[in-house]
Design a binder for this molecule. Sequence first.
Ligand code: ATP
Ligand code: MG
Length: 355
Amino acid sequence: MVKEYKIAVIAGDGIGPEVIDEGINVLNEVAKVDGDIAFDFTHFPWGCEYYAETGKMMDDDGMEKLKEFDAIYLGAVGFPGVPDHISLWDLLLKIRKGFDQYINIRPITLLNGAPCPLEGVKREEIDMLFIRENSEGEYAGAGDWLFKGKPEEVVLQTGVFSRKGTERVIRYAFEEARKMNKSLTSISKGNALNYSMVFWDQIFDEVSKEYPDVQTYSYLVDAASMLMIKDPKRFEVVVTSNLFGDILTDLGAAIAGGLGLAAGANINPERDYPSMFEPIHGSAPDIAGEGIANPLASIWSASQMFDYFHRPDLGARVLKAIEDVLTEKEYVTPDLGGNASTSEVGARVIHYLKG
Ligand code: ATP
Ligand code: MG
């Protein structure tokens, strides 16, 4: 019997709709080739244009509507003129938090044919899976602003690390490392952040006892930043906090082909709510509407969707097709040094999927 997945599409702003269209074509093509799965897409026009028309980033009952879906496929939100704190908090973070998507998965893999600014690095030397805490930590939004405008003005930004929140992301990472038969590296900063990161390290130690089969490493975030450049092959599965993960995965994107190739998944592992798949780049207003945005990041996040639907074979197939396109080099967008359009790249991925 054919299994049909209901996908909510929020293409969003700028290049979002351009790249998401190609991702949808790829999802449909894989379903067609496979024959056992199908997709039913429902489009929601939410984002900054919607905000300009209605004063809202999404409908009031938006979360209720989204709840019914198996997954959310998101392009990009944000556009000049709409303050970031509105576009971010009223849509993206609302979904991440509201659906308890506490795991952010970002593959940092240098595919064959992808450009790398590090000299002499081979494909298999950059192959990391970043698991970033996605619900609390430094981005909990806690703090205070005291004596505003006075000479004694003080601003507090508080990291919130609950036992539950810290344990669950670390445990998830151990499970992934065990499944993949890879090492797990924790990145923290216990020498300077004397509450939060000491706690993080303690919990990492505690949970590691349940996984004696998983080789572990622990690095300070400053040392890790240097090592990701100097010796990236040290890192396999990596678990880190919200802030450190945010920064290090941008660094990772830079050494693995750039923003046009960086994908991310926001996962609610319990599957109580839909998970969300998105390229990690923004709306790129500078190139929006020109048809030259690189769709490979959003196609890669479509590949992550297959993994999430327990079809890693199909996820791997999509990744292989991306790699074929990159290796061929004829059909890549300007950010990768080519002159193909967004839709030509998408069509080429489909060409390789048909095989
Ligand atoms: P936002 O405010 O939505 O985050 P931004 O201006 O920060 O948008 P990003 O999308 O985060 O832009 O990326 C920064 C720059 O990288 C873009 O301006 C664009 O030039 C380039 N870029 C990002 N994504 C892509 C892509 N998919 N293809 C080609 N270039 C891209
Ligand atoms: Mg940005």
